[in-house]
Design a protein around this ligand. Structure first.
Ligand code: FRU
Length: 493
């Protein structure tokens, strides 16, 4: 039954009309933006028929959130994206309130199965409810199952919510059976991630609770992911309403729980807990396994607080982070930008072991499309404070301040051109290790992703600074040695 006033075919027509009017240079260079309108979470990230597919939470008709569709794009190198037609519209009784976040699993018969949250709108006497739905297709067109919703509140034991029940992340085990991690809110333990099991992806049973917030790490947990990496079981969640604690900032957070999982008992033992990303604009990441064995993560380069006040400069709003390779080092979840970044390096400027004090700019080191690594060697220098300005012009700049004595870095975009009273700074541990502090910055037109100490911590932020502000300066409170390797990026895709 089609009940949406705008069925999928009409949405696709609208996309065709609008897409023509959007030149590529009005988009970010290597960060995926929506074809038109609004984008939030990454969905259905997978490798299927020789390409990576990424779907996304999408409202084509406005640059603000609206009834959720699934946008769709494909790539072979994780940097250059080709738009595909809208994959899902909220056009059936099971999802008339929106097709919320979910995942994709390639099937043995060659088809692709999508798992998503079908929202049923609030009626006069009831609140909006959330259920899990499926759609099967060939990578372009997807048919929603007549059996939707395939998972309802009735599948769950008492105490779990019918209203906060979303974001299924499904996968197939080696024996061909299906598993799903899905978010819910338990009446006592609050945000909780549930494990579901199925033989065929259609008929599901509750298998247990993987973990829960117990009011320590926020209220509702959204967008789970659950996978093995380098011998460790990793649970990723995006909590709402977190209190600041340890390394976590208040508000919309991302948490990685690292531990061991006993599937028979459905028992997850936490060994380590850390933020996934320390930035101002990062939420709802999702991973996939690449054919070469890399676990690759992509996130929404925004969050529900920051997006409210962000400027709408283009016919689209919202972007994804650079895809990142995940790995475990010293018990921590670490990240590198995908190695494919090298394929868009244009030229390289190197300054080896130079001495810097006061405020200097370096020959050839300027720009807003850049992959730049700064290595600081402070030992024996007496340098306690090192400051890097990027996206700088006469009055604006984004500042990265390193307090070497405290082992702390402050990412500060408050002079970046915003006139909004929102968070602009983040404080992040950043220690000198083996005599070095290494900062790798990926700069695209409207964002900076900062990888500290070879991916140990990451700070992701949109910056409001106009693209003409392209200065970069280095300053220290005592003469200090540093090396810079700056790769300008090819400006056309
Ligand atoms: C996370 C989220 C998900 C939900 C989607 C709706 O950002 O709130 O929980 O499925 O966005 O667009």
């Amino acid at each position: 039954m089609s009940i949406n006033p705008m069925p999928l075919e009409r949405v696709r027509e609208y996309e065709r009309e609008r897409a023509i009017r959007l030149p590529a240079d009005e988009r970010s260079l290597f960060h995926l933006t929506p074809l038109v309108g609004w984008m939030n979470d990454p969905n259905g990230f997978c490798f299927y028929k020789g390409q990576f597919h990424l779907f996304y939470q999408y409202y084509p008709f406005s640059r603000s959130w609206g009834p959720m569709h699934w946008g769709h794009a494909v790539t072979t190198d994780l940097l250059h994206w080709t738009y595909m037609p809208c994959a899902l519209a909220p056009d059936t009784a099971a999802d008339a309130g929106g097709c919320f976040s979910g995942s994709a699993v390639p099937m043995p018969d060659g088809r692709l199965m999508l798992f998503y949250t079908g929202v049923q709108p609030a009626g006069t006497f009831r609140r909006e409810t959330q259920t899990q739905c499926i759609a099967i297709g060939d990578g372009t067109d997807f048919e929603k199952s007549m059996l939707n919703p395939v998972i309802r509140h009735a599948h769950l034991p008492a105490g779990y919510s019918a209203f906060d029940f979303r974001d299924p992340k499904a996968w197939r085990e080696a024996d061909g059976t299906f598993r799903m991690a899905v978010a819910n809110r338990h009446e006592e333990r609050q945000g909780a991630i549930l494990l579901m099991k199925s033989r065929d992806g259609v008929d599901w049973q509750f298998a247990g609770e993987i973990d829960a917030s117990c009011s320590e790490y926020g209220r509702m947990w959204e967008c789970p992911d659950f996978f093995r990496l380098d011998g460790t079981q990793v649970l990723l969640v995006s909590p709402q309403e977190m209190h600041a604690r340890e390394e976590f900032h208040a508000g919309y957070g991302t948490v990685a729980f690292l531990g061991d999982f006993d599937e028979l008992e459905c028992r997850f033992e936490r060994r380590n807990i850390q933020p996934v990303d320390h930035g101002l604009t990062f939420y709802a990441p999702q991973t996939t396994l690449a054919p070469d064995g890399r676990r690759i993560m992509i996130g929404w380069m925004d969050n529900w607080e920051t997006c409210k006040e962000a400027p709408r400069r283009h016919p689209w709003y919202g972007q994804m982070t650079v895809p990142r390779e995940l790995f475990i080092r010293d018990g921590r979840l670490c990240q590198h930008p995908v190695r494919e970044m090298e394929s868009i390096w244009l030229d390289t400027v190197r300054h080896e072991r130079i001495t810097v004090q006061d405020s200097v700019s370096l020959e050839g080191v300027r720009g807003r499309l850049m992959d730049m690594t700064v290595t600081l060697y402070p030992d024996g220098s007496g340098c306690r404070r090192f400051t890097l300005h990027v996206a700088e012009d006469g009055s604006r700049y984004v500042q990265i301040r390193c307090d070497l004595a405290r082992g702390e870095l402050v990412f500060d975009r408050s002079h970046g051109g915003s006139h909004r009273d929102i968070a602009h700074t983040r404080h992040v541990p950043a220690e000198v290790r083996d005599g070095k502090l290494v900062l790798r910055l990926l700069m695209d037109k409207e964002s900076i992703e900062l990888f500290i100490n070879d991916g140990e911590r990451v700070v992701t932020s949109l910056i409001p600074t106009s693209p003409e502000a392209d200065g970069i300066t280095f300053a220290a409170d005592a003469a200090v040695t540093l090396s810079v390797e700056a790769h300008h990026l090819k400006s056309t895709v």
